[in-house]
Ligand binder design. Structure first.
Ligand code: GDP
Length: 454
């Protein structure tokens, strides 16, 4: 992880400018090796931009650029850094990068700049992940929440909980180390109450984190229903353009198509599933399996019903599988004479939220999108401070389970030292969220999804 690294940090392709970044000790001198300005970077204070040319091996000018350097530790990575703004387009930026490489830098790995920022203590792991949250933000709300996480809002909440667990652990340790001394023996009730309070805080954090994941990764919406009810048409109506094939032959949408739209600031990841029904051939079998899986993994299911036909056995089977899950019902084809009404649906799926829609006339489509957002956000209010990843949520849930286990085992009379071990595992989960003692595999997991140059 040491040495000079360089990468083009802007997107590839034609653009006004491209930025080539260099990080590591000696970045400034490396750039001076091929930057020709009135004044070299060596004679320029940090963060002060210079205009000049970059040159090739023979001294011929390649491009007119702006160059700047940053003194350690006041840079993105916390190391000495330099940046060159050359003209956009692949050639100028690539030549500039090649010059950096020929003068001793190596190509940066994906996310390596941010990884160095983490290694140098500039940001913690949760903040590093929020950088990706900003890059990938699909709506203003996701962007705002990721920016707040970058400022440390999630990390601060995790650290606060960890401190509480540390205090409780210290209390437990004291009772073990000095059982006969005048340090008060552990008062079990007090200890358990403390655990319960902290557990509650983790629970609250977790529920905000889950909604935070919606902001970051989008709400997974599965569009389900038997063949020919209008699932693909609904998907297209949502997207307002024809992407999946709409046909009147049942069972033709065999693959799973995912598209992202943003509604009320929440990204909705729409999954159109192959018609769930008894498959007639192996290809269809596979489609049906995948559809089932997508429906299972989704955060909310939109059950599409053809209102122009009486409910079939396939419909009824689906309604049973929806019970106990987060779902809404779209009663489609309202432009045709109706054979099913809202009351019929409520009878088989009590309490269901139903919208009458037509993908042909457009009736009810906006209202259905509102309902999807409302139902998914309704699980908990969207917390604008959080932009969480699946990884962070997993660690939080494990921490919560371990705290609950500790409480349960103490209540059941288990010895304090075993309880302390479980508590320490819970603290490790929290530690991994912000990257305390992060090992190679954890960093690999986090940074491998970054782009090169970030
Ligand atoms: P899927 O198999 O559930 O994906 O259904 P499709 O979206 O392929 O639609 C099946 C058939 O129903 C097609 O012929 C569509 O044109 C038609 N269809 C879909 N929605 C409506 C609607 O709201 N009104 C009417 N009249 N026809 C619709």
């Amino acid at each position: 992880m040491n040495g000079l690294i360089a990468a083009i940090s802007t997107a590839w392709g034609e653009s006004g400018i491209s930025v080539v970044r260099v990080s590591g000790k000696g970045s400034r001198d490396l750039v001076d090796g091929f930057f020709r300005g009135g004044v070299s970077l060596g004679e320029t204070p940090p963060r002060f931009m210079r205009n000049g040319f970059i040159t090739d091996n023979d001294g011929a000018e390649i491009d007119e650029v702006l160059a700047v350097w940053f003194r350690e530790p006041k840079s993105y990575t916390g190391e000495e850094m330099a940046e060159i703004q050359c003209h956009g387009g692949t050639v100028a930026a690539r030549r500039c990068l090649e010059r950096c490489i020929s003068l001793g830098a190596r190509m940066a790995l994906p996310g390596e700049f941010t990884r160095r920022a983490f290694m140098n203590g500039r940001i913690d792991l949760a903040q590093a992940e929020s950088v990706l949250g900003i890059i990938r933000a699909r709506s203003d709300r996701s962007l705002r929440s990721a920016a707040k996480c970058l400022q440390g809002s999630l990390s601060a909440r995790v650290k606060k909980i960890d401190e509480e667990l540390l205090e409780l652990s210290a209390l437990g340790e004291a009772s073990l180390d000095y059982p006969e001394e005048d340090i008060p023996t552990l008062e079990m009730d007090f200890f358990i109450k403390g655990l319960s309070k902290t557990g509650e805080k983790i629970r609250t954090l977790l529920s905000s984190a889950r909604s935070g994941r919606f902001l970051r990764e989008g709400v997974r919406v599965a569009i389900a229903g038997r063949p020919n009810v209008g699932k693909s048409s609904l998907m297209n109506a949502f997207l307002q353009e024809s992407r999946s094939i709409v046909t009147s032959l049942p069972g033709t949408t065999r693959d799973i198509i995912e598209e992202v739209i943003t509604h009320k600031g929440i990204p909705l990841r729409l999954v159109d599933t192959a018609g769930i029904r008894l498959p007639k051939d192996p290809a269809e079998q596979e489609g049906v399996e995948r559809a089932r899986e997508a429906v299972q993994k989704s955060d909310i299911r939109v059950w599409v019903i053809d209102g122009s036909e009486p409910l079939s056995d396939d419909d009824l089977a689906l309604s049973t599988s929806l019970q106990g899950t987060c779902h809404v019902v779209a009663l489609n084809k309202s432009d045709l004479p109706q054979a099913v009404n809202v009351t019929d649906i409520i009878k088989i799926l009590p309490g269901a939220d139903v919208r009458v829609i037509s993908t042909v006339s457009g009736e009810g489509i906006e209202s259905l999108k509102d309902l999807i957002v409302l139902s998914s956000a309704g699980i908990t209010s969207m917390d604008e401070d959080l932009n969480t990843t699946e990884r962070q949520i997993t660690e939080m849930s494990m921490a919560l389970d371990l705290v609950i286990n500790t409480m349960d085992s103490l209540t059941a009379g288990a010895p304090v030292d075993t309880a302390l071990e479980t508590l320490s595992e819970a603290r490790s989960c929290l530690g991994r969220i912000i990257g305390v003692d992060a090992d190679e595999s954890l960093m690999e997991k986090v940074f491998s999804s970054f782009c090169i140059g970030k």
